[in-house]
Every structure is written in structure tokens, then in C-alpha cells.
Design a protein around this ligand. Structure first.
Ligand SMILES: Cc1cc2nc3c(=O)[nH]c(=O)nc-3n(C[C@H](O)[C@H](O)[C@H](O)COP(=O)(O)O)c2cc1C
Ligand code: SF4
Length: 336
């Protein structure tokens, strides 16, 4: 049982509080050569160290391959500079900083893209090495951890999914086989994951809660040190949520996973207010509470929520403007 403002220690990394800014790519703000534009950097610097225990930046690419959106990456030494700037700003304000990592071009949640069955065994191994290289760069840039993007139909999510991954080689087969690439990534990162650096996974749900629990436990066994639970493959699934559970299926899944693992679990999606997130912490249903759009609409969401736990940062527009051009976000509703 915890309160939002109680610290959490994972190895030698202390999170000053339990509020997390979830990873969010501001779509429509093109970057160049995998670097981060002044505009995107300013977006992060405006939020860094502003009252959250952990800030996780958008999925940075581990390689320029398949990048149709001109996204920022973490695959060249030149990228260390912007990552370091965000890390330093976070640390100056008492916030821990993770960067999320992803491999582009796969969207098994319905957006098209390539299939993991198209890749040769050697290519799979090469992508694994790209992840390891990026994790090393994050560590060098001063991040407190890396979050491997294994949710939302992303590449690693597809590799872990029995629906998408019907490969016949060592990267496919049963759950253990489908986690071979993750195992290789973790083994490759061993020497850079010390007590001051955390390896986390954003885990995507499976077809069933039993499948989610099995996946989470297998990830923990491989050495994943924190889990951030979100949607996966299939993108929609029917789930019997108790009628008196006042949160959605994403959060419910995270709370169920939490009961079956020994590593910290972050829940996310439509938590909206600090009061709602804090209830979950009090019930020991999770360890950290993540907010996405509230931080997009209001860079000071955590500071405002600390003053008023019912503060709502985001208007929940039908289509979030940050999915096309964040400049059009109307910002937070007027405060009472
Ligand atoms: C504009 C936008 C971009 C996003 N980009 C990412 C991303 O890069 N990686 C990721 O794992 N989730 C991404 N997400 C999902 C968020 O991390 C979060 O799970 C989602 O917004 C639900 O939380 P919320 O209801 O508090 O906004 C994105 C969400 C939005 C709105
Ligand atoms: S106010 Fe609207 S555009 Fe802004 S973050 Fe919220 S949903 Fe997105």
C-alpha cells in the first residue's frame, strides 16, 4: 500500500513519487537524421522535472530503417546530445528519465506495416543487436533506464504474439521461443545494466489474462526489472471486468499482472486524475501510475494534480491533436 508521493526504490534508482509521464510521440513534428528538433526538445524540457517521479520519452528508433514518419532515434552518437539534455533537465527537477525504444515499420494493431514472419533469422538477430546498441547509448547519455516497446502492435509486441509470430526458427514457437529475441537483447545489455540503470518493458496484453500473466512472469524471469502494462495484440479483446472496477481494460490488465509478478508494475490509460491513480496505489493494485494526454495538454499536470487531486489536465478530445499536430491541442480545461 502506498501513496502517490511516497518514493519507490528499484535497485539504486529512487523515484521521488509514483507519477509517470507516459511515452508519447508528438506526431507531425518531423525530425531529421534521427535527431530531435528544437521544437520537440523544447516540448520535453517544458515538462522535464515538473513534479513527476519518472518521465518516459516517446519511442526512439533503434535504427533508421522503415522510418516513414521522420522520427527521433537513439542509434548514433550524435543522438546522445538531445537525450542527455532531457536527462539532465529531469534530474535537475528530481525526476528519473527513461527513454522508450522501438524498431519502426511494424504495426500489428491495424495500421499495416511489415510482418515479423518476413524477416530472416539473421535480420532478427541484427535488430536485437540494434536494441542493445541503443540501450548502451541511453545509459551513456545518463538515462536511468530503457523501456523496450513491446506493446501497441509494435515490432517486439508482434514478436511476442502467437497471432503475429508464426516463425519456424529459433525466434518463434512457444512463449519461450517467441521471447528468444528479448532474451538475447537482455543478455546483450547485461554489462551496461548496473544498479543505477533499469531495464523495463512496456508489455502488450495478449488474447487472455492468463496469457498476460504468463508473458509477464516470463519477462520477469528473463531479467526485466519493471513492467508498464498497456494494450497489445489483438488491439481489442473482450474482458470480464468486475462491475465495480471504475477503470478500463488496460488498467484492469495491469492490476491483474501486478498480482502475479515481483517487479514493479506501472498501470496506464485514462486514469485522468491523481485521485483515481492514488486509489490504485492504496489498494496495492500497482506500483506506479502513468498519465499520457494530461501531460500533453498541461506540462505542469503533476504540479497541478499535487495541489488538487481531482485536477483534470486533458479535455479528452475525440481525436487527440497530438496524433496529427500537437500545436492544435486546446490545452487543459480552465481551472476552478
Ligand atoms: C499522441 C500520442 C502519442 C503516443 N505515443 C506513444 C509512444 O511513442 N509509445 C507508447 O508506448 N505509447 C504511446 N502513446 C500511448 C500513451 O503512452 C498512453 O498509453 C495513452 O495515451 C493512454 O494514456 P492516457 O489516457 O493517460 O492518455 C501515445 C499516445 C498519444 C496520445
Ligand atoms: S486536450 Fe485534446 S488534443 Fe490536448 S492532449 Fe487532451 S485529447 Fe489531446
Amino acid at each position: 500500500m502506498a501513496e502517490w508521493n511516497q518514493p519507490l526504490q528499484v535497485k539504486q534508482v529512487t523515484f521521488e513519487n509514483r507519477i509517470v509521464m507516459a511515452p508519447m510521440l508528438p506526431f507531425g513534428w518531423p525530425e531529421k537524421d534521427g535527431g530531435m528538433s528544437e521544437k520537440t526538445l523544447a516540448h520535453y524540457l517544458k515538462r522535464a522535472g515538473k513534479g513527476m517521479g519518472l518521465l518516459i520519452c516517446q519511442a526512439l528508433l533503434v535504427s533508421p530503417e522503415n522510418d516513414l514518419l521522420d522520427r527521433a532515434g537513439a542509434y548514433k552518437r550524435e543522438h546522445l546530445c538531445f537525450i542527455k539534455k532531457i536527462a539532465d533537465a529531469c534530474h535537475a527537477g528530481g525526476t528519473r528519465f527513461f527513454a522508450q525504444l522501438a524498431y519502426a515499420g511494424f504495426d500489428a494493431s491495424g495500421g499495416g506495416g511489415r510482418k515479423v514472419t518476413e524477416l530472416s533469422t539473421e535480420k532478427m538477430a541484427e535488430i536485437g543487436r540494434d536494441f542493445v546498441h541503443s540501450v548502451r547509448l541511453l545509459k551513456e547519455a545518463g538515462c536511468d533506464g530503457a523501456e523496450l516497446h513491446c506493446a501497441h502492435g509494435s515490432f517486439l509486441n508482434a514478436v511476442h504474439s502467437p497471432i503475429e509470430n508464426t516463425r519456424q526458427d529459433r525466434y518463434g514457437g512457444d512463449l519461450e521461443g517467441r521471447l528468444t529475441l528479448l532474451k538475447e537483447i537482455i543478455e546483450g545489455c547485461r554489462e551496461c545494466i548496473d544498479d543505477s540503470f533499469i531495464l523495463s518493458c512496456r508489455m502488450g496484453w495478449t488474447e487472455t489474462l492468463e496469457g498476460d500473466i504468463a508473458l509477464a512472469q516470463a519477462m520477469e524471469k528473463l531479467g526485466v526489472e519493471m513492467l508498464h502494462v498497456s494494450g497489445g495484440i489483438p488491439a481489442d479483446r473482450s474482458l470480464d471486468i468486475p462491475e465495480d472496477f471504475p477503470y478500463n481494460a488496460f488498467v484492469y490488465t495491469g492490476t491483474r499482472v501486478k498480482q502475479h509478478v515481483n517487479i514493479p508494475v506501472t498501470v496506464v490509460n485514462d486514469l485522468q486524475t491523481l485521485r483515481r491513480g492514488n486509489e490504485l496505489l492504496r489498494e496495492d493494485a500497482c506500483d506506479l501510475i502513468a498519465y499520457g494526454r494530461p501531460f500533453l495538454a498541461d506540462p505542469d499536470f503533476a504540479l497541478h494534480a499535487a495541489e488538487d487531486p481531482d485536477y483534470i489536465g486533458c479535455r479528452k478530445c475525440k481525436a487527440c491533436q497530438f496524433r496529427t499536430d500537437g500545436d492544435r491541442c486546446p490545452g487543459p480545461p480552465a481551472r476552478k
